[in-house]
Ligand binder design. Structure first.
Ligand code: PGA
Length: 242
């Protein structure tokens, strides 16, 4: 693991974005795995800037997002599709057909999970996977439990996750109870992981994930197995690292 700790968020986001840009420069047809949430917003802003400055083009890049809520259409303001469109897709030159996010509103979520997994298998190894971690240790919506999944699956969100995520919904009741998430397989197999975490609230789970035992109750701990993971933290998030 390559650990990098930053004093300010701007530098952290820039360093993480540069790592992604390098991949695309080396291979304009790179396959990227994207994550949502507050944490990667700054990284996406830096990617937009890199595009605006003519440093990178996303035209030939293919993307796979790791998760989507069940029951939210693409144009729902809290859907992850909408999030990606707002923060990144609409601001750079992606080719629409190269963008992949699980469909949360199909008639059969299990079928959608199978379809998404088949697409991922066909895509092969991701060149870079962007990740962050939830307060409960989840990665994407791979929630803590006694088993973890390698493949895309339908998940019942934990009450912890619904509570945390309710900050961007009008009420707790409005937070979906289910989601579709990529399993840990494609993440662990990615050529590179760009992992970001910020703030004091993540310090404890980060210590458990990266310096504790590998444990399905802390899904992020499986990232310790990755041979090429870059971990970008601010000082508050890194405070319990030794
Ligand atoms: P956050 O979410 O970036 O909004 O903290 C991370 C996550 O839940 O995976």
């Amino acid at each position: 693991m390559k650990l990098m700790v930053f004093k300010n968020e701007e530098d952290l986001d820039m360093a993480a974005a540069n790592s992604v840009v390098e991949v695309i420069k080396a291979n304009p047809k790179a396959t990227l795995g994207f994550a949502t949430g507050q944490t990667p917003v700054g990284l996406y802003q830096k990617l937009v800037q890199a595009y605006q400055n003519g440093l990178v083009s996303f035209k030939q890049v293919t993307t796979y997002n790791i998760d989507e809520y069940a029951g939210l259409a693409k144009d729902h303001p809290q859907s992850f599709y909408y999030f990606m469109k707002t923060h990144l897709f609409s601001q750079v030159d992606f080719t629409e057909g190269n963008i992949h996010i699980p469909d949360g509103i199909g008639p059969d979520l299990e079928e959608e999970a199978k379809r998404y997994e088949a697409m991922l298998k066909e895509a092969g190894q991701l060149d870079v996977q962007i990740l962050s971690i939830g307060l409960n240790g989840h990665i994407g919506f791979n929630e803590p439990g006694h088993t973890l999944h390698a493949e895309t699956h339908v998940v019942t969100l934990t009450e912890d996750t619904r509570e945390v995520n309710s900050r961007v919904f009008p009420s707790l009741a409005a937070v979906p109870t289910k989601a579709i998430t990529m399993g840990l397989g494609p993440m662990i197999k990615a050529k590179k992981i760009v992992f970001i975490a910020k703030g004091e609230s993540k310090a404890n789970i980060l210590k458990q994930a990266f310096q504790g035992p590998i444990d399905p109750l802390v899904p992020g701990s499986f990232l310790q197995l990755h041979p090429n993971i870059e971990v970008y933290l601010d000082e508050k998030a890194a405070q319990y690292f030794m």
